[in-house]
Design a protein around this ligand. Sequence first.
Ligand code: DGL
Length: 291
Amino acid sequence: MILPRIGVFDSGVGGLTVLKAMAEQLPAHYSYFGDTARLPYGTKSAETVARYAIGATRFLEAQNIDLLVIACNTATALAFPLIQEAAHVPVVGVVEPGAAMVAEVSKTRSAIVIATEATVSSHAYRDALHRHGLTAHEKACPLFVPLVEEGWIEHPVTEQVARIYLGEALQQAPEQADVLVLACTHYPLIAPLLRRIAPGHMQIVDSAESTARAVKKMIGEDSFCHPERSEAAVATERSRRVPIDLKMLPAEHRTFRFYVTDSVDKFKRLATRFLGRQVDHVEHVDLENRG
Ligand code: DGL
C-alpha cells in the first residue's frame, strides 16, 4: 500500500494536537514543520505570517507531500487564501472545520472564542461561525502560547492567567454562550485546566478532531495513491523516513518526521510529552538562509 504523505505546519508545538488527532484516524507519512524560531505568529502582521507560512509550505512541498494541513489558527485566519494560491497541493486549514464542529454542538447558537491577538483581530472565527448561523464573542489570550511552549501545562501561573482571561471573557460575552472554542492549536494542551475553570454547562471545542475528519474526507475523495510511482521510488523514499512507534496508535502504516527552526532538544522534550511517546528524530532547518 502506498500511503498519502501529509505535511503539517504550525508555528510551534501546538500543531501536534492536530497531528495526533490525524494519526489516530489516518495511516500516512507525516512531515511536521514547527517554525519554533519565529514563534509567536499570533502577535505578527498578516504580511509577515503569510511570508513565513509560504516559506513553510515550500519546505514541506520539497518533502514531496500530497496534502498540506495548516495546523495553526493564526496562519489559517490571516493567510489561508495566499497559502492556497502559493501551494501546489491541496491545503486544509483549521478554522472552517473548527467552526463546523461548534455549529454541530451549540444549542444556544452562541460561543466564546479564545485565540491569539492576530486571530481575534482577523475575525475569521466570528465570520465562519456567522456563516453557520452562530454569534461569537472573541477574546485574545496572548499569554497562553508562551506558557504552553514553556511546558507550563499544569502550573499555578497558567491557572491564574486562565482564571483572569476566562473571567473577563465570561463577563463580556452573552450569558447564553454554551461553547468555549479553543481557536488556537496550542490551547488544547491546557484543555484539562480550562475545563476546571470554565462553567460546567459550557462545552469545550477545538479544531484538532474536526480538522482530522476534514483531512480524512479529502483523502477519501481524492486518490493519493499515485499508482504511477514505481515501487523502487517508493521504497527509497520509505527508507528515508523514520518510523516512530506511538504505542497507542497502530504503529504500522504511520511514519513521522519532524522539522523545527529552533532548538531540537526543546522540541523533542515537549513533543514527547504532548504525544505521550518518545520523539527522537527531529531535524533542525534554517529557512531564513535557504537558497
Ligand atoms: N498555534 C498558533 C495558533 O493556532 C498560535 C501560536 C503562535 O502565536 O504562533 O494560532
